[in-house]
Design a protein around this ligand. Structure first.
Ligand code: THU
Length: 134
């Protein structure tokens, strides 16, 4: 199987965004992770009436990936989208969650004011906290 393009990953993230549970913010986000093994795992945001418990799309995708494929997963690329025609780079908490599993040179694609932006993870989150830092 050939590796999906970032555009294909983006389309898969958009489908996931359509499943968002966002009755409070109405901001519908989708994320698609490409694992180094070739599998694709999606996530979407899931809000809660206790607002602070909202789970971001990127975070839910990482949780699904570990649940489905195990703790050794590595993330080779990430596409993030929203259905609100707004900029949505990953929030700080999601950057920290992604840092645990994402290759430093993995491309991260996300919507910005000027259109889709693709940046290596090391530039998205240059000073991440890692217990296994060498
Ligand atoms: N959200 C994400 O899914 N990812 C982010 O990186 C930032 C914010 C969600 C959380 C909440 O459901 C909605 O967007 C508005 O903040």
């Amino acid at each position: 199987m050939t590796e999906p393009t970032l555009e294909q990953l983006h389309a898969i993230a958009t489908t996931a965004a359509q499943h968002a549970y966002a009755p409070y913010s109405h901001f519908r986000v989708g994320a698609a992770l490409l694992l180094t093994t070739g599998e694709i795992v999606t996530g979407t945001n899931v809000e809660n009436g206790s607002y602070g418990l909202a789970l971001c799309a990127e975070h839910s995708a990482v949780v699904r990936a570990v649940a489905e494929y195990g703790p050794q997963i590595r993330i080779a690329a990430v596409a993030i989208t929203n259905l609100n025609q707004a900029a949505s780079p990953p929030c700080g908490a999601c950057r920290q969650v992604l840092a645990e599993f994402t290759e430093p040179d993995a491309p991260i694609m996300f919507p910005m004011e000027g259109g889709q932006q693709t940046v290596p993870f090391r530039e998205v989150f240059p000073f991440s906290f890692r217990l296994d830092r060498e």
